[in-house]
Design a protein around this ligand. Sequence first.
Ligand code: 13P
Length: 254
Amino acid sequence: MRRKIVAGNWKMNGSKDLVQQLVGSVRSEAESLDNGVEVVIIPPAIYVSDVVARSGNRLMVGVQNVGQWSSGAYTGEIAAGMAKDQGCSYALVGHSERRQLFGETDDEVAAKVESLVASGLTAVVCVGETLEQREAGRAEAVVASQVKAALDNVVAGQWDRIVVAYEPVWAIGTGKTATAEDAQAMHASIRQVLAEIGAPAESISLLYGGSVKADNAAALFAEPDIDGGLIGGASLKADDFVSICQAMPASTNS
Ligand code: 13P
Protein backbone atom coordinates (compact mmCIF):
# COMPACT_ATOMS: atom_id res chain seq x y z
CA MET A 1 0.00 0.00 0.00
CA ARG A 2 1.32 3.43 -0.89
CA ARG A 3 1.90 5.94 1.89
CA LYS A 4 -0.32 9.02 1.73
CA ILE A 5 1.73 12.04 2.67
CA VAL A 6 1.16 15.77 3.12
CA ALA A 7 4.45 17.58 3.72
CA GLY A 8 4.89 21.28 4.50
CA ASN A 9 8.07 22.79 3.07
CA TRP A 10 8.62 26.02 5.00
CA LYS A 11 11.50 27.02 2.68
CA MET A 12 13.50 29.86 4.29
CA ASN A 13 10.56 31.01 6.44
CA GLY A 14 9.73 30.69 10.10
CA SER A 15 11.00 31.52 13.55
CA LYS A 16 10.91 30.05 17.05
CA ASP A 17 7.58 31.86 17.47
CA LEU A 18 6.11 30.19 14.39
CA VAL A 19 7.30 26.78 15.59
CA GLN A 20 5.59 27.43 18.91
CA GLN A 21 2.32 28.66 17.36
CA LEU A 22 2.01 26.20 14.51
CA VAL A 23 3.46 22.83 15.46
CA GLY A 24 1.30 22.25 18.55
CA SER A 25 -1.94 23.02 16.74
CA VAL A 26 -1.03 21.00 13.62
CA ARG A 27 -0.09 18.14 15.91
CA SER A 28 -3.35 18.14 17.84
CA GLU A 29 -5.40 18.37 14.62
CA ALA A 30 -3.26 15.63 13.05
CA GLU A 31 -3.97 13.39 16.02
CA SER A 32 -7.68 13.50 15.17
CA LEU A 33 -7.22 12.68 11.46
CA ASP A 34 -8.47 9.25 10.52
CA ASN A 35 -7.58 9.23 6.82
CA GLY A 36 -4.19 7.58 7.27
CA VAL A 37 -2.21 10.57 6.02
CA GLU A 38 1.37 11.02 7.19
CA VAL A 39 1.86 14.68 8.10
CA VAL A 40 5.39 16.00 7.68
CA ILE A 41 6.86 19.39 8.63
CA ILE A 42 10.02 20.45 6.85
CA PRO A 43 11.35 23.62 8.51
CA PRO A 44 14.72 25.31 7.97
CA ALA A 45 17.35 22.94 9.42
CA ILE A 46 18.11 25.25 12.32
CA TYR A 47 14.57 24.74 13.67
CA VAL A 48 14.44 20.98 13.19
CA SER A 49 15.10 20.11 16.81
CA ASP A 50 12.50 22.67 18.01
CA VAL A 51 9.92 21.06 15.70
CA VAL A 52 10.93 17.53 16.71
CA ALA A 53 10.54 18.48 20.38
CA ARG A 54 6.89 19.42 19.72
CA SER A 55 6.00 16.79 17.15
CA GLY A 56 4.92 13.90 19.39
CA ASN A 57 4.63 10.64 17.53
CA ARG A 58 2.00 11.84 15.03
CA LEU A 59 4.04 14.37 13.06
CA MET A 60 7.12 13.51 11.02
CA VAL A 61 9.93 15.99 10.49
CA GLY A 62 12.25 16.52 7.54
CA VAL A 63 15.06 18.67 6.20
CA GLN A 64 15.01 20.66 2.97
CA ASN A 65 18.45 19.62 1.76
CA VAL A 66 21.54 17.68 2.79
CA GLY A 67 25.11 17.51 1.55
CA GLN A 68 26.03 14.30 -0.25
CA TRP A 69 28.91 13.47 2.11
CA SER A 70 28.71 11.67 5.44
CA SER A 71 31.03 14.11 7.29
CA GLY A 72 34.13 16.23 6.76
CA ALA A 73 35.38 19.67 5.82
CA TYR A 74 32.24 20.98 4.09
CA THR A 75 31.49 24.21 5.94
CA GLY A 76 27.80 25.05 6.05
CA GLU A 77 26.56 21.62 5.01
CA ILE A 78 24.63 19.04 7.02
CA ALA A 79 24.75 15.29 6.46
CA ALA A 80 21.86 12.88 6.08
CA GLY A 81 23.04 10.99 9.17
CA MET A 82 22.87 14.23 11.20
CA ALA A 83 19.28 14.84 10.14
CA LYS A 84 18.45 11.29 11.16
CA ASP A 85 20.30 11.78 14.46
CA GLN A 86 18.10 14.83 15.20
CA GLY A 87 14.89 12.88 14.66
CA CYS A 88 14.14 13.55 10.99
CA SER A 89 12.66 10.82 8.85
CA TYR A 90 12.31 12.74 5.57
CA ALA A 91 14.48 14.97 3.38
CA LEU A 92 13.73 16.91 0.24
CA VAL A 93 16.26 16.58 -2.53
CA GLY A 94 16.53 18.37 -5.86
CA HIS A 95 13.90 21.03 -5.15
CA SER A 96 13.66 23.31 -8.18
CA GLU A 97 14.81 26.26 -6.05
CA ARG A 98 18.02 24.36 -5.30
CA ARG A 99 18.44 23.40 -8.93
CA GLN A 100 17.75 26.93 -10.22
CA LEU A 101 19.21 29.20 -7.52
CA PHE A 102 22.11 27.04 -6.33
CA GLY A 103 22.99 25.22 -9.54
CA GLU A 104 22.32 21.76 -8.13
CA THR A 105 22.95 19.18 -10.85
CA ASP A 106 21.35 15.81 -11.55
CA ASP A 107 24.58 14.11 -10.43
CA GLU A 108 24.51 15.94 -7.08
CA VAL A 109 20.86 15.05 -6.64
CA ALA A 110 21.66 11.38 -7.30
CA ALA A 111 24.54 11.45 -4.78
CA LYS A 112 22.29 13.05 -2.15
CA VAL A 113 19.56 10.47 -2.74
CA GLU A 114 22.16 7.72 -2.29
CA SER A 115 23.36 9.23 0.96
CA LEU A 116 19.81 9.72 2.27
CA VAL A 117 18.55 6.22 1.64
CA ALA A 118 21.76 4.72 3.03
CA SER A 119 21.11 6.71 6.23
CA GLY A 120 17.58 5.34 6.50
CA LEU A 121 15.78 8.59 5.63
CA THR A 122 13.00 8.82 3.06
CA ALA A 123 14.17 10.97 0.14
CA VAL A 124 11.47 13.15 -1.40
CA VAL A 125 12.91 13.59 -4.87
CA CYS A 126 11.59 16.78 -6.46
CA VAL A 127 11.18 17.02 -10.23
CA GLY A 128 9.34 19.38 -12.54
CA GLU A 129 9.48 21.25 -15.81
CA THR A 130 9.65 24.99 -16.49
CA LEU A 131 6.91 26.82 -18.37
CA GLU A 132 9.17 27.07 -21.40
CA GLN A 133 9.75 23.32 -21.39
CA ARG A 134 6.00 22.65 -21.03
CA GLU A 135 5.14 25.02 -23.86
CA ALA A 136 7.71 23.30 -26.05
CA GLY A 137 5.94 19.97 -25.41
CA ARG A 138 8.90 18.62 -23.46
CA ALA A 139 7.41 18.37 -19.96
CA GLU A 140 7.19 14.59 -19.78
CA ALA A 141 10.65 14.06 -21.30
CA VAL A 142 12.26 16.57 -18.89
CA VAL A 143 10.60 15.01 -15.86
CA ALA A 144 11.44 11.46 -17.01
CA SER A 145 15.07 12.39 -17.37
CA GLN A 146 15.16 14.03 -13.90
CA VAL A 147 13.55 10.94 -12.33
CA LYS A 148 15.97 8.54 -14.01
CA ALA A 149 19.03 10.61 -13.12
CA ALA A 150 18.02 11.13 -9.49
CA LEU A 151 17.35 7.45 -8.87
CA ASP A 152 20.39 6.11 -10.69
CA ASN A 153 22.14 4.89 -7.51
CA VAL A 154 19.11 3.38 -5.75
CA VAL A 155 19.37 -0.39 -5.36
CA ALA A 156 16.91 -3.16 -4.49
CA GLY A 157 15.80 -2.97 -0.88
CA GLN A 158 15.94 0.85 -0.80
CA TRP A 159 12.83 1.74 -2.80
CA ASP A 160 10.63 2.00 0.27
CA ARG A 161 12.68 5.11 1.13
CA ILE A 162 11.88 6.87 -2.14
CA VAL A 163 9.04 9.34 -2.71
CA VAL A 164 8.81 11.48 -5.87
CA ALA A 165 7.30 14.97 -5.76
CA TYR A 166 6.17 16.47 -9.07
CA GLU A 167 6.38 20.23 -8.77
CA PRO A 168 6.00 22.08 -12.06
CA VAL A 169 8.28 25.11 -11.72
CA TRP A 170 5.63 27.43 -13.18
CA ALA A 171 3.18 26.46 -10.41
CA ILE A 172 5.46 27.08 -7.43
CA GLY A 173 4.50 30.15 -5.46
CA THR A 174 2.60 31.58 -8.43
CA GLY A 175 -0.98 30.70 -7.48
CA LYS A 176 -1.18 28.71 -10.75
CA THR A 177 -1.88 25.06 -10.01
CA ALA A 178 -1.70 22.31 -12.59
CA THR A 179 -5.21 21.03 -13.23
CA ALA A 180 -5.93 17.77 -11.45
CA GLU A 181 -6.07 16.09 -14.89
CA ASP A 182 -2.67 17.44 -15.99
CA ALA A 183 -1.09 16.56 -12.66
CA GLN A 184 -2.60 13.05 -12.85
CA ALA A 185 -1.25 12.59 -16.39
CA MET A 186 2.27 13.51 -15.28
CA HIS A 187 2.05 11.27 -12.22
CA ALA A 188 0.97 8.34 -14.40
CA SER A 189 3.92 9.06 -16.67
CA ILE A 190 6.32 9.15 -13.69
CA ARG A 191 4.95 5.83 -12.49
CA GLN A 192 5.63 4.37 -15.92
CA VAL A 193 9.22 5.68 -15.82
CA LEU A 194 9.66 4.08 -12.39
CA ALA A 195 8.48 0.75 -13.78
CA GLU A 196 10.89 1.08 -16.72
CA ILE A 197 13.87 1.50 -14.40
CA GLY A 198 12.90 -1.58 -12.40
CA ALA A 199 11.45 0.21 -9.37
CA PRO A 200 8.31 -1.13 -7.64
CA ALA A 201 6.30 1.65 -9.26
CA GLU A 202 2.93 0.77 -7.76
CA SER A 203 4.22 1.08 -4.21
CA ILE A 204 6.10 4.39 -4.54
CA SER A 205 4.22 7.47 -3.31
CA LEU A 206 4.00 10.37 -5.75
CA LEU A 207 3.24 13.84 -4.39
CA TYR A 208 2.07 16.94 -6.24
CA GLY A 209 3.40 20.38 -5.31
CA GLY A 210 2.80 23.87 -6.67
CA SER A 211 0.22 26.26 -5.21
CA VAL A 212 -1.70 23.54 -3.40
CA LYS A 213 -4.32 25.25 -1.21
CA ALA A 214 -7.20 24.19 0.99
CA ASP A 215 -9.62 24.71 -1.92
CA ASN A 216 -7.82 22.69 -4.60
CA ALA A 217 -6.27 19.87 -2.55
CA ALA A 218 -9.29 17.55 -2.57
CA ALA A 219 -9.51 17.47 -6.39
CA LEU A 220 -5.78 16.74 -6.69
CA PHE A 221 -5.78 14.06 -3.99
CA ALA A 222 -8.78 12.32 -5.58
CA GLU A 223 -6.67 11.40 -8.63
CA PRO A 224 -5.52 7.77 -8.64
CA ASP A 225 -1.78 8.43 -9.00
CA ILE A 226 -1.55 11.44 -6.66
CA ASP A 227 -0.68 10.14 -3.20
CA GLY A 228 -0.31 13.45 -1.42
CA GLY A 229 1.10 16.95 -1.59
CA LEU A 230 4.22 19.00 -1.01
CA ILE A 231 2.97 22.32 0.28
CA GLY A 232 4.90 25.60 0.37
CA GLY A 233 3.10 28.84 1.28
CA ALA A 234 -0.04 27.21 2.67
CA SER A 235 2.04 25.16 5.14
CA LEU A 236 2.90 28.33 7.07
CA LYS A 237 -0.65 28.74 8.37
CA ALA A 238 -1.88 26.00 10.69
CA ASP A 239 -5.53 26.21 9.55
CA ASP A 240 -4.67 26.04 5.84
CA PHE A 241 -2.19 23.22 6.32
CA VAL A 242 -4.59 21.19 8.45
CA SER A 243 -7.39 21.70 5.88
CA ILE A 244 -5.09 20.30 3.20
CA CYS A 245 -4.30 17.28 5.40
CA GLN A 246 -8.05 16.78 5.91
CA ALA A 247 -8.62 16.86 2.14
CA MET A 248 -6.93 13.48 1.73
CA PRO A 249 -9.58 10.84 1.07
CA ALA A 250 -9.68 7.96 3.51
CA SER A 251 -9.66 5.29 0.80
CA THR A 252 -6.27 4.15 -0.47
CA ASN A 253 -5.04 4.91 -3.96
CA SER A 254 -3.41 1.58 -4.49
P1 13P B 1 3.89 26.70 -3.02
O1 13P B 1 2.91 25.76 -2.38
O2 13P B 1 4.14 27.94 -2.22
O3 13P B 1 3.58 26.95 -4.46
O4 13P B 1 5.32 25.92 -3.01
C1 13P B 1 5.40 24.63 -3.50
C2 13P B 1 6.75 24.09 -3.18
O5 13P B 1 7.73 24.49 -3.77
C3 13P B 1 6.84 23.08 -2.11
O6 13P B 1 8.11 22.47 -2.11
